[in-house]
Design a protein around this ligand. Structure first.
Ligand code: NAG
Ligand code: NAG
Length: 438
């Protein structure tokens, strides 16, 4: 009897103690746990709603019809007026010309020389002088022309069918065709910025390690197109050499969207590589602007505050950033979904500080959005346009091409129709017009 009694009491006290313990942790943890679950559910649901709403076609009813847009785009363009007076240089935050007047770069990207066909797009449709003239008529004063290192290293004869509207180039090799396009652009009065875009000739820019930086020899035998830092510099020299006496070739954008997880591709090593390339290029022609993009796919030039790029000809240095809707590195929220305040804060800290402090010019070498934007695209675009107007910064639009080389896919960011002549007169050309200075 006694034994049973004590045994039951012992059991009961253990159960009671357990219940007490349970009672102790449950009240303290209940509130935070529920809060956590509700927060996650809330975040998930709002993300879904934002995502859905972002995908709905944007309302563009504030923009006039294409004919009226055309009228404002072509207004005040004099096809015979020089667009700039080389030689260009940096003065504080501005790029200025020979006379010391500011020249604001409003550039068009014309791609293809860095892609699988190794030739600028459209040469099978229209002669290059015609395309150059159209670019000019849309109010651009300069062109960023990408190439891949592979076109220098392999330099194959370009397939005749890709040059069918430029008979004189049939039989030429990739580098000569590239040089001929540069020539046609400068003859039309456009300034040209040569751009080393990628190593292997293909669409840029994904997470493929061989193309993430200016050199890939640290990856061993893995890369199909191998390249050391010296190769990269020699390739830049080879592409620039034919243009040493062409003052309208105003500069060289050393490497597109350096990115990647390893220290090699971080700002300090990139700045050092850029300085080495600049020193060699300036031996050829000290008039060239040297354009250095930020890291993290050209989002981020914060490193230049502690570790500026130093050139022997310091007044030739221009930094460059890229700003797309999906950009916004280091944050969960891409620019598609940012408030203006949050967007502008990123711009300020990522690159605008260089201009605000009058340290160096920054050219936003790539911006772009689809012709028929979703709400999120248009939201990014409006924030971007507001910021560009407030800061009066130099820009480059990606791109004029109506199609991508791979599978002849429709280029929704493109500004020209398939004839490489008819512009898509929509909100983008309208807004770009408002950024022009003259
Ligand atoms: C190029 O095409 C334009 C029409 O787009 C024409 O006026 C011009 O003569 C052509 N130029 C050459 C060199 O074929
Ligand atoms: C540039 O001009 C110099 C001097 O006139 C000449 O010696 C050189 O061959 C030219 N280079 C090119 C690539 O045209």
């Amino acid at each position: 009897m006694t034994w049973w009694f004590w045994r039951k009491r012992g059991l009961a006290s253990v159960v009671a103690a357990q219940a007490k313990r349970r009672r102790r942790w449950w009240p303290t943890l209940k509130a935070p746990l529920i809060l956590l679950i509700v927060t996650f559910a809330g975040l998930y649901l709002s993300a879904r709603i934002v995502w859905r709403r972002g995908g709905v076609p944007a309302n563009l009813s504030v923009y006039p019809d294409p004919q009226s847009i055309k009228a404002s785009v072509v207004k005040s363009i004099d096809p015979d007026k020089p667009l700039c007076h080389p030689l260009l240089r940096a003065r504080g935050r501005d790029i200025v010309d020979k006379n010391g007047d500011r020249i604001k770069l409003i550039s068009a990207n014309w791609y293809g020389g860095s892609d699988m066909s190794m030739v600028s797009g459209g040469l099978d449709v229209r002669n290059r002088s015609g395309i150059a003239r159209t670019i000019r008529e849309l109010g651009f004063n300069s062109v960023r022309l990408p190439y891949a290192d592979e076109i220098v290293q392999d330099n194959p004869v370009i397939e005749a069918s890709l040059l069918s509207a430029n008979d004189d180039l049939v039989g030429e090799r990739a580098l000569d065709v590239y040089a001929a396009v540069v020539q046609a652009l400068t003859e039309a009065g456009l300034a040209v910025i040569v751009n080393n875009h990628i190593t292997q000739a293909r669409w840029c820019c994904d997470g493929y390690p061989c193309d993430m930086g200016w050199a890939n020899d640290n990856l061993g035998p893995f890369c199909p197109v191998k390249q050391s830092e010296d190769d990269w510099i020699e390739n830049l020299m080879a592409v620039m050499l034919p243009h040493v006496n062409n003052t309208y070739v105003v500069g060289v954008d050393l490497r597109n969207e350096v990115r990647g997880p390893t220290g090699r591709y971080m700002w300090n090593s990139w700045a050092t590589a850029a300085e080495r390339a600049a020193a060699r290029l300036h031996e050829l022609q000290s008039d060239w602007l040297i354009i250095v993009e930020g890291v993290s796919s050209a989002n981020d030039i914060r490193g230049a505050e502690e570790r500026p790029v130093r050139l022997q000809h310091q007044d030739k240095l221009v930094y460059s950033a890229h700003v797309y809707g999906w950009s916004g590195w280091g944050s969960l929220l891409p620019y598609w979904y940012r408030t203006y305040k949050s967007f502008a804060e990123d711009m300020d800290k990522n690159w605008q500080y260089l201009r605000a402090s009058d340290t160096a010019p920054v050219w936003i070498g790539e911006i772009g959005a689809p012709g028929r934007p979703a709400r999120k695209d248009f939201h990014y675009w409006k924030n971007l346009m507001r910021y560009l107007q407030e800061t009066d910064v130099d820009i480059g639009y990606w791109a004029i091409n109506p199609r991508k080389p791979k599978n002849n896919e429709y280029e929704s960011y493109g500004l020209l129709e398939d004839d490489w002549e008819t512009p898509r007169y929509d909100y983008r050309l309208m807004d770009l017009t408002s950024l022009r200075r003259q």
